[in-house]
Design a protein around this ligand. Structure first.
Ligand SMILES: NC(=O)c1ccc[n+]([C@@H]2O[C@H](COP(=O)([O-])OP(=O)(O)OC[C@H]3O[C@@H](n4cnc5c(N)ncnc54)[C@H](O)[C@@H]3O)[C@@H](O)[C@H]2O)c1
Length: 375
């Protein structure tokens, strides 16, 4: 017997109506996903179940006139996952990125998320995911701020003033009621100034832009790092205050002494084990490490100077067992987040669920009855 399949399409505006800019909702969703990661009720790509995703690698040169060639931030990446718990769906984020996009009036990357029936593969929802992806990325350090930051945190430093750090800061601010000031730093001073003005307007927190990294770091109780790779972001050990929480979402270089002193909490140690495995299998471990946020840490682990990943702590473990997180107000804690499709699927599911309940979005027909099933 053939069956009809319909799915819900959500435009960017529909995802806003469904709550993608609601920081508390997104942080709660990410916290739920972290718990599922901790107990292992999820799958991501690859035989190791933990691959970040798979991308199209553009060659430096090609004899074919239309084939894309390598360029700044130019890639396509597919990120599939199954997420268990109440979600119990498969899904995928698929995006294209190109640093030239803004000159065409487009964001650097254009992202879509699909949510599928885990048994049949039928689509349940297909949605615009620029805001979704930024919201899930920001919600992750939001969860870390909720569980790891000192409750009396008053000052935040934002390093890299792009859209991802806006989302990170919105989530972090939603979790720290005593936050008073945000210091903003970017390679481009106008971007830092625009971020400071945005923080005042949107989050009602005093924004201060500065071109001096040391000034920005000086009083920071919480630091959120989400700069791109235009230029390495290099931080000194002594710039990080006692008791600070450093939330790493983009690449950063610290003095070795900092990595050896701070307590490191990972988003999911199995993801980082997969990164290490993939770097080894690529035949160029050094290049593999250089391309991921955790690279400097993996090097110190290989040297036996930091505990092995399997002896380390993931965020979900901290949520389930508070003793694994902050134990005093003096320790410096660094949280490393590399992004996982499970968060796209978790938030995509949440937005779809809200949209269905509130009648948001456009129902689309896949088929009345599949052609291949007709008698
Ligand atoms: N961990 C995750 O889940 C995840 C997900 C999405 C994006 N990211 C990462 O977040 C970062 C930011 O993404 P985005 O979309 O906002 O990028 P973007 O390019 O739009 O903005 C990044 C900003 O960083 C600034 N910058 C670059 N180098 C800098 C430096 N050395 N010092 C200070 N500022 C610097 C740029 O001027 C720019 O304003 C990227 O590294 C991206 O790969 C991480």
């Amino acid at each position: 017997m053939a069956r009809k399949t319909e799915f819900l399409y959500l435009s960017e505006e529909d995802t806003i109506q469904a709550g993608v800019l609601d920081a508390e909702k997104c942080v709660n969703n990410a916290e739920e996903v972290f718990k599922l990661l901790s107990v292992g009720d999820y799958l991501m790509g690859g035989a190791n179940h933990n691959s970040h995703g798979m991308g199209i690698v553009f060659p430096k040169e090609t004899p074919f006139p239309n084939m894309p060639v390598a360029g700044p931030d130019r890639r396509f990446v597919a990120m599939p996952a199954y997420l268990g718990g109440r979600f119990d769906v498969c899904g995928q984020k698929w995006y294209g990125s190109n640093a030239a996009n803004p000159s065409k009036g487009l964001p650097r990357s254009v992202l879509m998320v699909t949510i599928n029936n885990k048994d049949t593969g039928e689509p349940l929802a297909f949605m615009s995911a620029n805001l979704l992806s930024a919201a899930r990325t920001g919600a992750v350090p939001g969860v870390a701020a909720r569980h790891l930051a000192r409750k009396d945190s008053k000052v935040c430093a934002v390093l890299g003033c792009g859209p991802i750090n806006k989302s990170c800061f919105r989530s972090i601010a939603s979790q720290l009621p005593n936050l008073e000031t945000v210091y903003c730093y970017d390679l481009f001073e106008d971007k830092a100034a625009a971020f400071a003005a945005w923080a005042e307007k949107e989050c009602k927190i005093k924004g201060v832009a500065s071109a001096d990294l040391q000034t920005v770091m000086k009083d920071a109780d919480v630091v959120t790092v989400a700069a791109s790779r235009l230029k390495p972001l290099v931080l000194k050990d002594e710039w990080v205050k006692e008791g600070a929480t450093v939330l790493v979402t983009g690449p950063v270089q610290f003095d070795q002494s900092y990595w050896l002193d701070t307590k490191i909490i990972y988003d999911n140690i199995r993801l980082h084990e997969a990164y290490v495995q993939e770097a080894i299998e690529s035949g160029d471990k050094k290049a593999g490490y250089a391309s991921v946020i955790g690279g400097p840490i993996y090097t110190l682990i290989d040297q036996g100077r930091l505990p092995a990943l399997k002896e380390s702590v993931s965020m979900g473990d901290v949520i389930l067992d508070k003793g694994k997180g902050r134990t005093n107000n003096k320790e410096r804690i660094t949280f490393i987040a590399c992004g996982m499709a499970t968060f796209d699927v978790g938030l995509g599911y949440e937005l779809w669920d809200t949209a269905v309940k509130k009648g948001i979005g456009t129902k689309l027909l896949l088929w009345d009855e599949p052609y291949q099933m007709r008698e």
